[in-house]
Structures are given as structure tokens and as C-alpha cells.
Design a protein. Structure first.
Length: 356
């Protein structure tokens, strides 16, 4: 069911519009009057990131409604070289996408990978053009292949996108108030070949209606809504910008949700040493599992918080005065480190990194 809002589909359709942009609190309301120059997306800088909140629901053939739990992802630019930037989506399956910022493509999504599969798009322009302006329209198509390794045959899809920039309007999202281009599009997705265990077997065809708002100053996607109806089932999803850091525009809004995810791992050293895994939840609560040395029997479960500024405190809640206490600071959206101490005089250092 959620396949219809997978990174493969969404990134190829509209995320490329926001690959090089920014917007947010430090310049809230940017773009103040009607723009006179079309948006021309620029290559992001290494370390730029955008945090989005995703919500949605589905309605089954029988009319039952299911509301999805809110989820967060952060798109982090990890490399810019030779006109291509690498953008990693930090959550869940750690999806990595490539965006081409050459003069002709200027932000076109060209493919991606996660721990299981690699997606490759055919050459050519697909989706909205690099430069946006009122009444600009497009009608194009592409194909993609998904290779999931040995024993998994290639999966193939055909995609077609037809849409236009239909207006310029003020929009308020969690990250601030902006002047935005409003885009609408109809997207057709057809599964032409499937690997044996694919939950969506070919032939499969469905059409989605998309609406997106793009910051007129920088090209970052501020909000996206998708309604998809197939085989009598309706799936509606939305994602909204909640935080960002964009070097070239000096715009930054730091929210704790940039750290959300289950993929944190690390270690501590000093008088005691061991390894840890951690989950950071919405709101900044931390649940960790640490094991002393290599013995899994000496396991403890510290809990704590991280705030918007990246300050961290967690400890073993039931451990009493001698329990280890961890304090620290986020160095980036993928690394947190600090020191620990306990009531018996033990001290040391610790570090968590986010798998990506």
C-alpha cells in the first residue's frame, strides 16, 4: 500500500524541485511580492539538510479508513562533485538519491539506492522543468529499472507526468511562511516487470494527483500532497517542511526531528567500555540499549532526551546514584558525542553515529 509513496516514485516526481533550496525561520516569509524572475535551482552545499513530516491515510474498497502514523525523514546532502550531488534520506531503509545539477538538468533526480535495491532512471527530463515560472507546463515520461541483486529479477516501471505551475501564493508550513509556486500534476505509473517476491506484480497501473508548493526564492519543496486511487483503494499522503539548514541562503531552523530514526549505533570507552544502539523518537526522547564489553549479559537500557540544539542527556533510569550518566552534543545530523560518568568515579567518552 505504501509503495505509492515510496522514495523511488516521489523523489523522481517532485523532490528534484527542492534539491537545492532552502527556506525557513531565519528569513520567514522570504520572497515577499510576486517574483519577476523564474526560480533556477542551484546546487546545494555539503551538509545542507531538510526535515519533513509525513502524514496520510488510506480508504479500502469497503470504506474502512486507516490513518498512518506520522513519520519524519531528513534529506542530507553528503557530496557535491562534477555537477552531481548525493542526497541521503535519513530514516528507515536509508535511501540515497543522486541529483544532477548540470546546466541542462539542474536538479533532475537520476537514481538512488538503499540497502536492498538500486534504482536507475532513463536519460532525459522528467517531471517539472529546472526553471519554474507562472504558467510553465510539462508533459513528459521516463522509465526506470530496479535491481535488487542476485536472485531478484529487474523490476521495471514506466512513468508519465503532466502538470503546470498554476499559481503563486503565500503558504505557511511548520518551517515558516513563504511565497511559493503552486504546481499540480497527474502522474501515471505502470509496472511493466516484477521480481518474484515483489508485492506489486505487473501489470499494475495507477494514476496519482499531486500538488506541490515550491519556494520562489530557492526552489525548496515546502509541501506536497498526493491522492492515489487504484483498484478501489484511495491513498492520500502529505509531507511538509518542518526544519532545514541551507548554507548559501544562511537559512536555518533546527528541530529535534532531524535526529528521528532507529539507525543510531555507537560505543563508549573509559573505565568501562561497550557498544550501544539507540532510537530517537518524535519529540526527542531517546531509548538506548548498551552492552558492556562483548558480554551481552551485562546489558543496560539508558533513556533520555535530545533537544532542538542537539544537547543530549541520558542515563539508566533505575540505576540509582552509581548509574552511568551520558551528556553530549550533536556534531551533525549523523553524529552525536560526549562524555559519561558514574557515581563510583568512572568516566569516559561516547559517540553515536547514524547509519547511512
Amino acid at each position: 500500500m505504501l509503495r505509492r509513496t515510496s522514495p523511488i516514485l516521489l523523489s523522481g516526481l517532485l523532490t528534484a524541485c527542492g534539491g537545492g533550496g532552502g527556506g525557513g525561520a531565519t528569513k520567514s516569509g522570504a520572497g515577499g511580492g510576486t517574483p519577476t524572475v523564474a526560480v533556477d535551482k542551484t546546487s546545494p552545499s555539503v551538509g545542507d539538510f531538510y526535515t519533513y513530516k509525513m502524514t496520510g491515510y488510506s480508504i479500502s474498497n469497503g470504506g474502512s479508513r486507516y490513518t498512518f502514523q506520522p513519520a519524519y525523514d531528513t534529506e542530507l546532502t553528503t557530496a557535491v562533485a562534477g555537477g552531481t550531488s548525493t542526497v541521503k534520506t535519513l530514516y528507515g531503509d536509508q535511501y540515497t538519491g543522486w541529483y544532477d545539477y548540470s546546466a541542462t538538468l539542474n536538479g533532475l533526480y537520476t537514481g538512488g539506492t538503499n540497502a536492498y535495491c538500486t534504482t536507475t532512471y532513463a536519460a532525459g527530463v522528467y517531471g517539472p522543468p529546472a526553471k519554474l515560472a507562472l504558467n510553465v507546463s510539462w508533459d513528459n515520461s521516463t522509465s526506470l529499472k530496479v535491481d535488487c541483486g542476485a536472485g531478484m529479477a529487474l523490476r521495471s516501471d514506466k512513468l508519465a507526468s503532466k502538470g503546470a505551475v498554476v499559481g503563486i501564493e503565500s503558504i505557511t508550513v511548520a518551517a515558516g511562511t513563504f511565497q511559493a509556486y503552486k504546481l499540480t500534476a497527474t502522474v501515471r505509473e505502470e509496472r511493466t516487470a516484477s521480481y518474484p517476491n515483489d508485492p506489486v506484480q505487473s501489470p499494475d497501473l495507477h494514476t496519482s494527483q499531486l500538488t506541490s508548493w515550491i519556494d520562489v526564492d530557492t526552489g525548496v519543496e515546502l509541501k506536497r500532497s498526493i491522492v492515489d486511487v487504484a483498484n478501489g483503494e484511495e491513498v492520500s499522503t502529505s509531507r511538509e517542511l518542518v526544519g532545514l539548514s541551507h548554507a548559501k541562503s544562511a537559512r536555518q531552523l533546527l528541530v529535534v526531528e532531524r535526529f528521528v530514526g532507529p539507525a543510531w549505533k555507537g560505543s563508549y570507552s573509559g573505565k568501562l567500555s561497550g557498544t550501544c544502539t539507540a532510537i530517537i523518537h518524535e519529540g526527542g526522547t531517546i531509548d538506548a540499549r548498551c552492552a558492556e564489553g562483548t558480554a551481552t549479559v551485562n546489558t543496560f537500557f539508558p533513556e533520555g532526551t535530545i533537544n532542538n540544539s542537539g544537547q543530549v542527556n541520558f542515563a539508566l533510569a533505575a540505576g540509582g546514584g552509581n548509574a552511568p550518566k551520558f551528556t553530549g552534543q550533536a556534531e551533525s545530523v549523523t553524529k552525536i558525542s560526549g562524555t559519561w560518568s558514574d557515581g563510583s568515579g568512572g568516566t569516559g567518552t561516547w559517540v553515536f553515529t547514524r547509519e547511512n
